[in-house]
Design a protein around this ligand. Sequence first.
Ligand code: TXA
Ligand code: MG
Length: 347
Amino acid sequence: MQTRVAKVSKDTVDILNEAGALLRSGELVAFPTETVYGLGANAFDADACKRIFEAKGRPSDNPLIVHVSEPSEAENIAYTCPLYYELASKFMPGPLTVILPKKEVIPPEVTAGLDTVAVRCPENEIARALIKSSKIPIAAPSANASGKPSPTSADHVYNDLNGKIPLILDGGACKFGVESTVITIKDGKIIVLRPGSVTPEMLRDVCETVEIAEAVKKELRADEQALSPGMKYKHYAPNASLYLIDDKYINFVEFTKEKQKTENCAVMCYDEEIPHLENKKLLPVGKKQDIKHQTKMLFELLRQADNLRVDTVYAHLPNDDGESLAIYNRMIRACAHRVIGGRNGEG
Ligand code: TXA
Ligand code: MG
């Protein structure tokens, strides 16, 4: 199959209509969102959704998020509650996904047989225009090949899915760069299943009790039941061994400068550290305090690390709270819990 990449804005109506028609006819279309690129299919069409799993090589028991263009369209696919609308009024459209009891119209292929469905109303204008033009809810996981970092540009999608899907809508770089915050509601409490740019602190404005599922910071034990199927999958790990350095206990620059002398390694450093390191195979993540930029660069840099063909990658251990929690959650999985230094550490 030939994969076409089309540059789009919310005003390129012809391409959006064409993409909407493709989706309605059961085809797959990759599209930008404010978090990462999604691989979309008609959420009412079980066969189309099965094709998503084939194209990505995704395990069929990992359910998909269904995207709507207005928060109220959740009614077409799920049973909502007052807390859903309180969340919607504050965070939607935006990078928040809410798990709700599903309605019959959503086929089990989308939800991996669960009786709940993940609902998200993206803020990206192209994503919303596409949903509106297709006139259907769009089931879409991240548009990477399973096992790769989520794509934050159309190039990433093309590298992973070229020849497997007919159309990629190129809307430029994603604003946030990590996948949406996924939450579930239980007895009036919010449980964060996957951290994202809507932080637990932000959610506490709407709901008194916000818990963070244990698997967000730790690996599940083999006998533990996952609240969200995505938690139990081995996440992206670079080809090289990634080590996270706890810089509260170890001098990052001194440590990595020594490694640069003896190892074929890449260093994910802060901009401020560049002048103090050898200028080879550096992957600057941004300024130390600029968590938003570090979040946006995360998956791009992990892809670059693979392209550098190094044996090891060294990076800072991110903080595990606030805006940093989303980065911590992805990095701790990517490094297979190899942490050097005191906190959580080996040494
Ligand atoms: O930002 C995002 O959420 C992106 C863009 C494209 O919207 N999508 C995305 O989808 O990251 P995906 O499939 O890569 O991740 C969806 C996560 C998975 O961890 C999955 O297990 C979880 O949401 N999930 C989906 N439906 C669920 C359900 N009914 N119950 C619990 N977890 C669910
Ligand atoms: Mg994904």
